[in-house]
Ligand binder design. Structure first.
Ligand SMILES: Cc1cc2nc3c(=O)[nH]c(=O)nc-3n(C[C@H](O)[C@H](O)[C@H](O)COP(=O)(O)OP(=O)(O)OC[C@H]3O[C@@H](n4cnc5c(N)ncnc54)[C@H](O)[C@@H]3O)c2cc1C
Length: 358
């Protein structure tokens, strides 16, 4: 029998594991994907190796829980590059407006080496042997003296308590509970927005920062697309260069070559023909990631029900806990929320239980 099982090796699950390990509480992390990180997903550009953030990227000075963890793990960070002229494309038939973004009192930061540095360090601290990949939990059953979790291969794991770090809507859609969870909880889970789950991200590596050389910052906002936002994504060392941003969700239906052709045409129009001379292209279509996103039945507002108080109370005889960015009362949906909720749930699991919930 396991003492504690943690569902998900994203930032929240790994933070919970890291904290439990410090407290001497035994655990095993079960992760559906073949990699740790979840919505933190840095891929190395295949040409120059720029750490390309396909998921979470930025944070600010307000994100104190994340900053504490970054400091504790000895990981550096740096400010997002923004020097030069930014472009705003409001009409597809008119030239873009040019503007300079004034220095921000609250600059936003990027993790040195990419957010994967955070995940790799946590995995090292937690211990690879305490993380089991390729294990998607499909059922949670309450028995007299234990919880029994069953994975996609029918393998059962008995435990005293379990922590879910899945986005609540994903948990609602993909995991079967015996007995069923309370109606109101199910309703809130179904109606909880998964932050950025609809995003399509791209990265383009370049041998030279041709946009900087022309006085552009690399920042583009566009209402005509296919890229809706673009930012300079060069490495901190200033040795490898990249642009990275978001594509309009509609382009997910195209083949990759078509998306890329539309994208390079747009960036060439805005920053110059050198845009077509990219070294590598990366992309991630998050709506097609079954361990992050499930389509909504109606319209759900961004961050809807993130940090809802209902997630603070464990269920199934106080054995099944909710964590993960979307359950966090602080900065719900963000990396900071993932860290906060991971720490909170570890504190609650380690505390002698009163049976009264969190
Ligand atoms: C494109 C994009 C851009 C973003 N940008 C930012 C940003 O700039 N700044 C910021 O602060 N945040 C950003 N975010 C949000 C940030 O990524 C999340 O807040 C954070 O990574 C969530 O961590 P988590 O551990 O709570 O959830 P997840 O990372 O979603 O982890 C959940 C884990 O559970 C696993 N899992 C799923 N189903 C099962 C199952 N049945 N059994 C076992 N495991 C399962 C998943 O594979 C995953 O690893 C962005 C997200 C995306 C997608």
């Amino acid at each position: 029998m396991h003492q504690t099982l943690i569902l998900g090796a994203g930032l929240s699950g790994l933070t919970a594991a890291y904290e439990l390990k410090k407290k001497g509480v035994p655990f095993l992390v079960l992760e559906a994907r073949s990699r740790a990180g979840g919505r933190i997903h840095t891929v190395a550009g295949s040409g120059l190796g720029v750490p390309m953030e396909m998921g979470a990227t930025w944070f600010g000075d307000k994100h104190v829980h994340l900053l504490e963890l970054i400091d504790e793990l000895g990981i550096g960070y740096f400010d997002q590059y923004g020097k030069g002229i930014a472009l705003m494309e409001t009409m597809s038939f008119a030239p873009p407006q040019k503007f300079e973004v004034p220095p921000n009192d609250e600059p936003y930061h990027r993790v040195r080496g990419g957010t994967r540095a955070l995940i790799a360090t946590l995995v090292r601290e937690v211990g690879q042997e305490n993380i089991q990949l390729n294990t998607a939990i499909r059922e949670v059953r309450l028995e007299a003296d234990a919880l029994v979790l069953t994975d996609q291969n029918g393998i059962a794991y008995r435990c005293q308590s379990a922590i879910s770090t899945l986005p609540p809507r994903l948990l609602f859609k993909t995991v079967n509970f015996q007995p069923a969870l309370p109606e109101q909880l199910l309703h809130i889970m179904a109606q909880t927005h998964t932050w950025m789950g609809e995003s399509v991200k791209f990265g383009l590596e370049y041998a030279r920062p041709f946009w900087r050389e022309k006085g552009f910052s690399g920042t583009i906002f566009s209402q005509s697309g296919p890229a809706t936002e673009v930012y300079d994504h060069s490495n901190v060392e200033g040795t490898a260069f990249a642009l990275k941003g978001f594509l309009a969700g509609e382009v997910a239906v195209f083949r990759q070559e078509e998306r890329l052709a539309l994208l390079t045409r747009q960036i060439s129009r805005l920053l110059g023909p050198e845009a077509a001379d990219f070294v590598s292209y990366s992309e991630c279509i998050w709506p097609q990631e079954p361990f992050t996103h499930t389509p909504y039945d109606g319209y759900i507002l961004p961050h809807q029900n993130n940090g809802h108080p209902i997630f603070a109370k464990p269920v199934l005889d106080g054995r099944f806990y909710f964590a993960g960015a979307e359950t966090s009362p602080e900065f719900g949906g963000y990396m900071d929320g993932a860290v906060f909720s991971g720490r909170l749930v570890a504190d609650n699991i380690a505390r002698p239980t009163t049976g009264e919930g969190l």
